[in-house]
Design a protein around this ligand. Sequence first.
Ligand code: GDD
Ligand code: MN
Length: 377
Amino acid sequence: AGATATIWAPPADDEDARAGSRLDVTVVVPTFNEGTNVVSLVTRLCAALRGRSAEIVVVDDSTDDTPEQVSRAAAWAELPVRMIHREPAERVGGLSGAVSAGILASDSDFVVVMDGDLQHPPELVPALRDAVGHGDLSVASRYAGDGRPSGLASTYRRWVSRSSTLIVQACFPRRVGRVCTDPMTGFFCFRRSAIEMSRLRPRGFKILLEILARHDLRVRELPFTFAERLAGESKASWRNGVAFVHQMVNLRMGRMSRFAAVGALGTLVNLGAMALLVNGPLEVGYVLAAIVAAEVSMLHNFVLQERFVFSDLRDGTYRWPRRLAHHLAFNSVEALIRLPLLVLLVETVHVWAVLAQGITLAVAFLARFLFASRVVY
Ligand code: GDD
Ligand code: MN
């Protein structure tokens, strides 16, 4: 059939055309150095989907020979294979950015997302596609029925997978907990018209979690066994953990409450540093202690606020040193203004220095939010 590897052409972003597409399903496969797996993957997908109108979209960020292997497989594959190859500078959002790009490029209203390392059995794709039925989404689950997470290589990874799943289900009882046993899986199928792509944060780490948490969907599950990786290696790392926390915070909390959470943590850091300086072996005077504690918590707040509160507002115009300078300048002024209040409380009202510091911090909190949201970002 039409077997060429098209190197990325932008899709006609036309929902109606897509809904009327003759294609039964688009299979989106993110790949990062899967040169040893893609040929076998394409072969097995073609066999599994024989008799159906389907296409394969590989979104590749590799530095190995994966693109060549994809082209080779595409030359004789029975299904059309397209490839979006992203150069290092274009790799927005890593894995989930790749998946989003593939979804946007799909030419069908039904999209299957699966890994390219054969840990997701291609033979399950037709059943997964059909399981959507008149609903919106089907999930290949390692934790439903006789599904198994066998391919999670270590006890540690099994534990991480299980506990993050439970956390997600608890945080989204209605949209996830009640309908999905495996929101962290990378193997699922959905009806594109049921989902608003613009609602998903392309950097959101687990794309299925984004889809579930931001929509009310009718979900069906299919148990499956997550196979062992036979070739190549897993790209999972501690960074995934950070990305996961980031995604949960963004899904669950508005900007103001994220800011408040950072501020609350910063307050603890401030008071902790203050107590340590005043009562510790150094016996620093309370005024100097207040100044040092303030600087420490300012840095703390900046780092967390960059990452968790305003990350989506940062534009390319200013670099972080400039934002840090603004942040420190304002907050230092604010800390200096607080100082007389602190001295007043300690000297005349005879409040314990750490408590007095706590009071001044409470007064200043609102002022800081106003400044950060109006001026810094
Ligand atoms: N394009 C692109 N860019 N693909 C990537 C990237 C990236 O930055 N990182 C990983 N991939 C591809 C891999 O090539 C593979 O096809 C797939 O994404 C999954 O990556 P693995 O590195 O094999 O992940 P895993 O097997 O450790 O994790 C699996 O289990 C997780 C849950 O426990 C995956 O199925 C995850 O999706 C799943 O969440
Ligand atoms: Mn894998």
